[in-house]
Design a protein around this ligand. Structure first.
Ligand code: ADP
Ligand code: MG
Length: 266
């Protein structure tokens, strides 16, 4: 039986409507008639992964959601309302985006300063986020390599994004600069944070196995102009560990996506 809620329906958490992007006075058009809908899942956020060839517009789409760029035309809705600057949304980039002259704790607390939260409360809340990302004991170190490893620096960025808005976290190839070992550990780490905090995560990667391991939903993007070529509902159990990478369904989905990506890159 399906029940349709009218008045009480949960709003869509992220929606992009009629997006187009051109540069150079309209001479270059990279995005046209682009739509994205990420639905709110009651009781837990979604894990959405975007895959697509370089230059197709993935980071641009994330910047729209974060409010770092406005599309040439079209609108961005957050929780069913037009996006405003009050919707500060956490973003984690590939390159470490912490200030090396500030401590871990100060870097994490930065996201709260604009809100006029008192210094004491900022530190308390930052410390909670530091604990969630497993950096307790490192909070007074400077956020720089090699005092902290690459994986630890990305945890600082994730802790900061949790504090800014723990409902939506955008991650743009966050593990791209990490070695394989650290990357695999960070995948499990981000699953743990997701299950604990239950944000909606929109995550960009080039690694298909990483995408299938992490995602509820995968959007494959094609280019010229940017559009979604396919939306895949990842039908694997909710609580995953690395053993699932040997599961027949996992392996088949990775191969299916690989073939699909090849047809897009012709
Ligand atoms: P992705 O993250 O998928 O690799 P981006 O979103 O970074 O792609 O970029 C999408 C496209 O937009 C790229 O082809 C890039 O060259 C183009 N682009 C970005 N900024 C500008 C600009 N200011 N002028 C012209 N083209 C741009
Ligand atoms: Mg990019």
């Amino acid at each position: 039986m399906s029940v349709t809620f009218t008045d009480t329906a949960l709003p869509n958490i992220i929606q992009l409507k009629n997006i187009s992007q051109s540069y150079d006075n309209g001479k270059v058009q990279i995005i046209k008639d682009f739509e994205l809908l990420i639905e709110d899942v009651p009781d837990r956020g979604q894990f959405v992964v975007i895959l697509g060839p370089s230059g197709c517009g993935k980071s641009t789409v994330l910047r729209y959601i974060a409010g770092l760029q406005k599309p040439t035309t079209g609108e961005v809705y957050i929780n069913g309302k037009l996006r405003t600057d009050d919707d500060r949304i956490g973003m984690v980039f590939q390159q470490y985006s912490s200030f090396p002259w500030l401590t871990v704790l100060d870097n994490v607390a930065l996201g709260l300063e604009y809100k006029g939260v008192s210094k004491k409360e900022r530190r308390e809340r930052a410390m909670e986020a530091v604990k969630i990302v497993g950096l307790e004991g490192h909070e007074h170190k400077y956020a720089q390599y090699p005092s902290l490893s690459g994986g630890q620096l990305q945890r600082v960025a994730i802790a900061r994004s949790l504090l800014v808005n723990n409902q939506i976290i955008l991650m743009d190839e966050p593990f791209g600069a990490l070695d394989t070992n650290t990357r695999l550990r960070m995948q499990d780490f981000v699953i743990k944070v997701w299950e604990e905090v239950q944000p909606t995560i929109v995550f960009i990667t080039h690694d298909i196995s990483e995408a299938v391991y992490l995602a509820d939903d995968i959007f494959i993007m094609g280019n010229a102009p940017a559009q979604f070529a396919e939306h895949i509902d990842v039908n694997l159990p909710f609580h995953r560990d690395r053993s699932i990478k040997r599961d027949k369904n996992f392996v088949e989905l990775v191969h299916y996506i690989e073939d699909r990506m090849m047809t897009l890159n012709k």
